[in-house]
Ligand binder design. Structure first.
Ligand code: LLP
Length: 420
């Protein structure tokens, strides 16, 4: 459920007509609903009511806007970060350093060191060498880094290849069969408290079965490690729960997910950690756009909108579907292709789609754009960086400016030897 709905024939976000946001901020613009974010944060937590000891670390990569992070910090969420930039955001939003988990397959020595200095709560190690380097940095400063080892359970998550992370050939984690040996070698190191294991098998998962299979493998590994004398107090179950993008699609609910987790992890006696991203942010945002032209073509007409692949990359990158809806629908439908102004055929949001009838100047939205939307935006074709707006009740605020091409140009320079 979200808070984008038609009121008197025109779409609103909570109490604010999208038309008003378009008038005051312009388009394209991401519009987020605070009430939806809050609801999702609550629903995810409630779904895990059967899990006694848990830590919720919102995967910042899904939507790292500072205002969004502040809202989630107030809901008691910590963060899962994958770079120092994300760490800075989490801290700036008021999340305690101890509630932040540092994931990422390529943390540099500089990043490990800075994160240790900031007092980050947990390091999710991706390889043995990372553990020994971290241990050495920590021991050198008289510190102890809390860490878990990410293992690759080799399960097929059944999602798009580019967002699948738990198969043996993926770059993430260590093979589960290597985990015991790595624990034996890393656990004794001063500077490291290797306290558990982590997994994350992929994103936009539509079934619980692959997650359950992966969690069962982790459960067996925990037993094996304990039998070998290792103290396992934490297991990080990652993120990955999918959301419906198409009207009518059905996905496992957080309650169903939570029931599965409670059943599978019964008796593990650990603190469970979760890294939800999309399930919190996805349906909390839309990309508001204006139709520039409706261009007749050889086949279906092309609806050319002022949003492009640089603003919402998911269709171009993952063939992703985002529902398209007119802000003031007439009730009539048409079959059309939807594309942006960028000079690539890949800048196409939909082909041969039945959509609300729209004409030049009309406003429309791409739905379910709250996760992996603005954060993946670029300035390709020297377009402005898309702004973000947060709505709460009948008020709204611009929470990220439209960064204009001239601002980006100002950060570039022609070297002296080319100036003559
Ligand atoms: N934890 C780790 C270690 C991750 O790599 C990810 C996502 C998450 C948690 C959060 O997963 P979620 O709950 O959001 O599924 N740009 C792609 C998605 C990439 C996901 C990367 N990792 C997209 O637009 O579909």
């Amino acid at each position: 459920m979200d808070h984008f709905a038609l009121v008197d024939g025109a779409m609103q976000c909570e109490g604010v007509p999208l038309q008003r946001i378009a008038n005051e901020v312009g388009t394209p613009v991401y519009v987020y609903s605070a009430a939806t974010f809050e609801r999702h944060a609550q629903v995810f937590r409630d779904g895990l009511a059967g899990v006694k000891r848990k830590h919720l670390a919102y995967a910042i990569k899904a939507n790292p806007n500072l205002a969004v992070l502040r809202l989630l910090a107030k809901q008691g969420y910590g963060a899962d970060v994958v770079s120092l930039g994300e760490m800075q955001r989490a801290l700036a939003a008021g999340m305690p350093a101890s509630d932040i988990v540092f994931s990422g397959v390529g943390k540099t020595v500089g990043e490990l060191s800075a994160a240790l200095h900031a007092g980050l709560g947990q390091f999710n190690l991706e390889l043995e060498e990372e553990g020994s380097v971290l241990a050495a940095i920590a021991a050198d400063r008289g510190l102890v880094a809390d860490a878990v080892l990410r293992v690759n359970p080799d399960v097929d998550a059944g999602t798009h290849a580019k967002i699948s992370t738990g198969k043996a050939e993926n770059k993430f984690g260590v093979p589960i069969s290597d985990a015991r040996g790595i624990f034996d070698r890393l656990a004794p190191l001063a500077g490291l408290n290797l306290r558990g294991v982590a997994i994350h098998i992929g994103s936009q998962l539509s079934e619980l079965a692959p997650l359950e299979a992966a969690y069962r493998r982790i459960g067996a590994l925990v037993q094996e490690l304990r039998a070998a004398g290792h103290a396992i107090t934490h297991v990080d179950l990652g993120g990955g729960l999918g959301v419906p993008y198409k009207e009518g699609d059905v996905f496992p609910s957080p309650a169903e997910y939570g029931a599965m987790v409670a059943r599978v992890t019964d008796g593990w006696d650990v603190e469970l950690m979760f890294e939800p991203g999309r399930v919190i942010a996805g349906n909390a945002g839309v990309l508001l756009t204006r139709v520039i032209w409706v261009k007749p073509g050889a086949g279906n007409p092309y609806v050319i909108v002022d949003a492009a692949m640089n603003d919402l990359a998911r269709p171009a990158m993952y063939d992703a579907w985002h529902d398209f809806a007119a802000v003031r629908p007439t009730g009539e439908k048409m079959i059309a292709n939807i594309a942006g102004p960028v000079c690539e055929s890949g800048d196409t949001f939909a082909m041969g789609r039945e959509i609300d009838v729209v004409k030049s100047g009309d406003l429309a939205v791409f739905r379910t754009a709250g996760a992996y939307g603005a954060t993946m935006a670029s300035t390709y074709n020297s377009r402005a960086l898309v702004p973000e707006v947060l709505v709460s009740g009948d008020k709204f605020a611009v929470v990220a400016d439209r960064i204009q091409p001239e601002t980006i140009l100002a950060a570039e320079r022609v070297p002296e030897w080319l100036q003559a």
